[in-house]
Design a protein around this ligand. Structure first.
Ligand code: ADP
Ligand code: MG
Ligand code: MG
Length: 909
């Protein structure tokens, strides 16, 4: 074991047109490291460096710092020497120093969620060496102060102490700027920068009690461990949980020679996209800053400039800047540095063709030389996701199957949500305009702090700028509005990734955190006031604006056609009303997998009849109340059958415990007593009688139908009569009647007999008949185990995975909220099994149930109707299990159809 451990490669080098790794090694090298290697190998100019693998991060988490240093010390030292020889500089040298960056990078991109340190290797002597080498004192000291700032924040924990505090280093800088009467970081003099370096070090000493480390190797190991630690930092953990990324992936560490964008006016740094990440439009775009480094563009401190002339002109129009002013003060890179722009344009083209997907790149210009620092498949909105995939298909860059696989199914979700009503928009009052950073419609109440986003049901987070600490609040808010920052600012990038509406860089806004006010001209808005954001135009609108259903045409319709072409497992919907059924059919649902009948009883006029039924003490009394319910329920079914126009509809007989229908508050109990002409005490007695210790395991499901057969009779009558009525109108439907919560064969048989007897009676009465099926839900583990016996009687199975999960784990669905979140946080469970099918345990029951059922009845129709039916990995599992269909809520239907196609394509690869 020891020997093997020693032999494992833990460090992979790249640079100078070669590399040990490649883009396929994302799990080991992280996305950033794998792509740095790939770029280097295909001849893109990448500063040389090396990647410490994600496995080492896991080793660090298990064995700690010293063990890891022992594992990799030699490889790291040799790899630094390799960078030194390529760059012709020496790490820690007083004459000609090498500075490096230490960058995080997990297998998936987690922008800003983990840490990076730039300009590492600096100290009081090295800075003088850098001055000597570059003849640029300003630059050398700027790099030094940046280093202390970043290292202090990332490695030494120099962070703001509370939410009203600003960053301790920013505070020192603001203080100096104020004293000197300057505004920008670039206005600092050499003397200022030197003062800052000493003040920063002083602040570190005061707060941590330690001197700032001067030895470059100590700095390096400190930064490597800090990057590993950042994998378990709050931000990263939250982001991982939000996206379901497991803790054991770990992050890689990329160590790389620094290139300097802050060397003067012939240097700069920027971010660019090969296509528009918001709309998907095929235009190269991005932002840059002259004389800047690293995160300056993203941090939104200075207003970044556009890369292309077209982009610059579009930006100026939104910002209401005259052409002459634009050209003079905000020229594009295309205009300012045409040859660098041409080179960058060439690389973006090469990289998009190479990766066959939209790329998001980082670059730095050091004294007139262009370096590429990162490329990745760019995050994009749902609309852009669809457009880019369909465009790449039309351009011949990818084929149909690849286009389908390129789309992350959950991204479609955004496209299915409401947009602003065009008529309401015409009447609205636009108070200001910002950059359309992430499209969509958002309306809500203003909050000024991320940790207050949960205060209102619909909140809009309004910030001067956002930072990675704000992630959780950004996720909760309906929309994000910032006064500063461009299209690649933190707010913009994160919002697009979340599919959340965002307007950034709205310069007209005046935000006061202390007073909690947002002022625009003479308008003042307060915490709790309503505003609306149109993320597609950048318009900020006063008050609440009405929304409407989106129209799904164009590329989306094309995508759905493709999905149908390749999809194998059918997609049905869960719908309880004709309205839901119609929506789902519009999205292409191929039938209804679950109609819950209890919801039909909750409406005002019906709940009364339902309560009378429950309170009746005799069969006669119950039948009488059920007769009142019959016509209402029959009309519901007619509406649903009509909406589905002859497609299969599965109807589940009454499922929930009766106590859910009786009033628990004194006032309503009194009302009911009066209505029914019985005593309040009688009502109270009944309520008490219905109370259960474990309602989830109590008197519900077919246990109701088996104790009150008249309920099953009434429901069967409503279903069969509705189908016969439709037949008279020329619509043939074949209802599938589903018995819930069956655990023994006899439980099913008794219900089956009632249904069939009732149906036959109606056929005789009407002298007409229809075809129908009687099947069962498999949701009690025992039912899965005896599926072969149940299948002798049942016409179909539908896996009720909510209950099946509840009963297999023994987690009450009603109480799991108390411990599941903690289980997930602690890693005891990787994901919530009520959201994602637990393939290991619950999945076995599903497989077994399907196999045993089909052993008895080879053509047994099998589907799923739990919440899982709309979740991508669960749908794939259902397909691989051989189910005929999945069923999900109407708005998930397009997503499920896409997954259906993807699952089928994957099995042929
Ligand atoms: P993130 O994953 O949060 O984007 P990065 O590791 O990419 O963090 O680095 C943060 C910023 O620093 C980026 O703008 C990146 O381009 C810049 N940067 C990283 N390494 C270097 C380097 N060696 N030289 C110059 N800039 C660098
Ligand atoms: Mg980056
Ligand atoms: Mg159930």
């Amino acid at each position: 074991m020891e020997v093997l451990e020693g032999l494992k490669t833990r460090v992979y080098r790249f640079g100078n047109k070669t590399a040990d790794g490649n883009s396929k090694m994302k799990n080991l090298l992280g996305g950033k490291g794998a792509n740095l290697a790939e770029m280097s190998a295909i001849g893109i100019p990448v500063p040389p460096g090396f990647t410490i693998t994600t496995e080492v991060c896991t080793e660090y988490n298990e064995l700690g710092r010293e063990a890891v240093i022992e594992f990799i010390k030699e490889e790291v030292e040799q790899s630094i020497a390799n960078i030194e020889s390529q760059m012709g500089t020496t790490f820690g040298d007083k004459e000609n120093p090498l500075l490096i960056s230490v960058r995080s990078g997990a297998r998936v991109s987690m922008p800003g969620m983990m840490d990076t340190v730039l300009n590492l290797g600096m100290n009081d002597e090295v800075v003088l060496g850098l001055v000597k080498r570059t003849n640029n004192e300003q630059f050398a000291w700027d790099s030094y102060r940046r280093f202390i700032q970043m290292y202090g924040g990332v490695v030494l924990g120099m962070k703001p102490e509370s939410k009203d505090d600003i960053d301790p280093f920013e505070e020192i800088m603001e203080h100096l700027k104020h004293k000197r009467g300057i505004e920008l970081d670039t206005d600092f003099t050499i003397q200022d920068l030197q003062d800052l370096v000493y003040d920063f070090k002083d602040a570190v000493k005061k707060r941590t009690g330690q001197d700032f480390p001067t030895n470059p190797w100590d700095q390096l190991w400190g930064a490597i461990m800090a990057v590993f630690n950042s994998w378990n930092g709050d931000r990263a953990v939250y982001y991982r949980n939000m996206n379901g990324y497991p803790a054991d992936w770990g992050t890689a560490v990329n160590v790389q020679a620094m290139v300097y964008g802050n060397m003067g006016t012939n240097s700069g740094t920027g971010v660019c996209f090969t296509r528009d990440a918001g709309t998907g439009e095929n235009v190269f775009n991005g932002e840059y800053l002259i004389n800047a480094q690293g995160e300056d563009v993203v941090a939104g401190v200075r207003t970044p400039q556009q890369i292309t002339k077209l982009g610059s002109q579009r930006w100026a129009e939104l910002a209401k800047i005259e052409e002459a002013d634009r050209l003079e003060n905000y020229p594009s890179l295309e205009e300012l540095m045409p040859s660098i722009f041409n080179e960058l344009n060439e690389y973006q083209d090469i990289l998009e063709k190479h990766y066959r997907d939209m790329q998001d790149m980082e670059f730095t210009i050091q004294d007139g030389k262009l370096w590429i620092l990162q490329t990745r498949n760019g995050k994009r909105t749902g609309a852009a996701t669809v457009k880019i995939a369909m465009d790449l298909l039309k351009e011949g860059m990818i084929n149909e199957k690849e286009a389908l696989l390129l789309i992350e199914p959950n991204k479609l979700d955004e496209l299915l949500h409401p947009i602003f009503d065009t008529n309401a928009l015409k009447r609205s009052n636009i108070i200001a305009q910002g950059l359309p950073a992430s499209p969509g419609a958002a309306t809500g109440k203003i909050v000024f702090f991320a940790d207050e986003a949960h205060k209102y049901k619909h909140s809009i987070l309004v910030r001067i700028e956002t930072s990675p600490e704000d992630l959780e609040g950004m996720n909760i808010a309906k929309g994000i509005l910032t006064a500063r920052g461009g299209m690649t600012s933190h707010a913009a990038v994160v919002a697009r990734g979340m599919g959340k509406c965002c307007i950034s860089g709205a310069g007209a806004l005046n935000i006061n955190y202390k007073k909690r006010t947002l002022t625009v001209g003479d308008h003042e808005f307060h915490d709790g006031d309503w505003i609306s954001l149109n993320g597609s135009t950048g318009n900020i609108i006063e008050g609440k604006v009405a929304t409407m259903e989106p129209e799904l045409s164009g590329e989306f319709a094309e995508l759905m056609e493709l999905a149908v072409k390749y999809g194998k497992i059918k997609v049905r919907t869960n719908a309880d009303t004709p309205k839901d059924a119609k929506v789902a059919r519009g999205f292409g649902a191929q039938g209804i997998g679950l109609t819950r009948t209890e919801h039909m009883f909750f409406e005002v006029d019906r709940i009364k009849a339902m309560r009378e039924m429950i309170l009746a003490n005799t069969i006669k009394g119950r039948k009488h109340a059920l007769e009142d319910l019959l016509p209402m329920q029959r009309a519901d079914f007619e509406g649903i059958f009509e909406a589905m126009q002859g497609q299969s509809v599965t109807i589940r007989l009454l499922d929930p415990p009766l106590h859910e229908f009786v009033p628990h508050q004194l006032a309503t109990q009194k009302e009911l007593a009066e209505d029914m002409h019985i005593s309040l005490q009688a009502v109270k007695n009944k309520v008490a009688e219905l109370e259960e210790f474990n309602p989830m395991l109590g008197h519900r499901g077919c246990r109701l139908g088996n104790t009150y057969p008249e309920i099953t009779e009434m429901q069967t009558r409503a279903i069969i009569e509705a189908a016969l009525n439709l037949k008279e109108r020329g619509i043939i439907c074949k209802p599938e009647i589903m018995i819930p919560l069956v655990g023994t064969v006899r439980e099913f048989e008794v219900q089956d007999e009632i249904v069939r007897r009732t149906a036959n009676t109606i056929f005789e009465e009407r002298n007409d008949k229809i075809e129908y099926l009687v099947g069962t839900m498999i949701e009690v583990p025992r039912a899965a185990l005896i599926a072969d016996l149940i299948a002798e009687k049942a016409d179909f199975f539908s896996f009720g995975t909510n209950d099946l999960t509840q009963m297999t784990y023994g987690y009450s669905r009603d109480d799991a909220g108390k411990f599941l979140p903690i289980y997930i946080k602690k890693g005891i469970l990787k994901v919530d099994p009520f959201e994602v099918i637990d393939q290991e345990g619950v999945g076995q029951l599903i497989k077994l149930g399907t196999q045993r059922g089909r052993a008895t009845k080879p053509n047994l129709k099998v589907g799923i109707c739990g919440e899982h039916g709309g979740e991508p990995s669960s749908i794939e599992f259902c397909y691989n299990t051989g189910m005929d269909y999945v069923s999900c809520s109407p708005y998930r239907v397009p997503i499920a159809r896409l997954v259906s196609a993807q699952a089928a394509i994957k099995t042929t690869m």
